[in-house]
Design a protein around this ligand. Structure first.
Ligand code: PLP
Length: 230
């Protein structure tokens, strides 16, 4: 049941916060609702969930149109520059900025709507070939390139850790992203703030919280297994 799974995730986040001396309100739970039907999101909405993560533009905009307007939508998947225009005024945060070209497209579309869009820079901490994101050493120079944009506000970093059997194997990945955020803070780059660390998914969000995550992206843990065949 959705309600029970949600409660379990909530309890685990609270416990991880307590273990690491953090306050529960430092961590935002993003319910990753990709592939799940609108009825399921409505059920989660009725249980109080207001923050949803989606990874496909079309799916996000369809759900946006059908669901209440006090929902906060987060774009967590790879984003093509030509699709930015469809979500720019619908999402609170884009987690997956990984190229200057994409940042330029967000700047341009945000300017058209006269808004400043919050973004995270996606970092491929584990250097997996199959994953998007900048390498650790590319992040600070990249942030320098973004500092002139007036319709983008960098708010932090995001990473997708590898799939591992034991979440402990990802602890150093999360610690590395946290350390990078501290290094960035010390550099005081214009227009760059790194208060958000989006890291941790169903398999490893507790470890991520212990290592400083301020947003965890949990799909399966809340909604159950996804069926990509439908
Ligand atoms: C699907 C997805 C998640 C959630 O994955 P689960 O393992 O189901 O919790 C988190 N982040 C991103 C970027 C995703 O694409």
């Amino acid at each position: 049941m959705l309600k029970d799974r949600l409660q379990e995730v909530e309890e685990k986040i609270s416990a991880a916060c307590a273990r690491s001396g953090r306050s529960r309100d430092e961590v935002t739970l993003i319910a990753v609702s990709k592939t799940k039907p609108v009825e399921t999101l409505r059920e989660a909405y009725d249980l109080g969930i207001r923050v949803y993560g989606e990874n496909k533009v079309q799916e996000l905009t369809q759900k946006y149109d059908l669901l209440p307007k006090d929902i906060h939508w987060h774009m967590i998947g790879h984003l093509q520059t030509n699709k930015v225009k469809y979500i720019i005024d619908k999402v609170d945060l884009i987690h997956s900025v990984d190229s200057f070209k994409l940042a330029q497209a967000i700047e341009k579309e945000a300017a058209k709507h006269d808004l400043v869009k919050d973004i995270l820079v996606e970092v491929n901490v584990a250097r997996e070939e199959s994953k998007f994101g900048l390498k650790m050493e590319e992040v600070i120079p990249f942030l320098g390139q973004l500092s002139g944009f007036s319709h983008i506000k960098v708010r932090g970093l995001m990473t997708i850790a590898p799939f591992v059997e034991n979440a402990e194997e990802n602890r150093s990945i999360f610690a590395d992203l946290h350390k990078l955020s501290v290094d960035i803070r010390d550099k005081n780059i214009d227009n760059v703030n790194v208060s958000i660390l989006s890291m941790g998914m169903t398999n490893d969000y507790e470890v991520a919280v212990e290592e400083g995550a301020t947003m965890v992206r949990v799909g399966t843990g809340i909604f159950g297994a996804r069926n990509y065949a439908v």
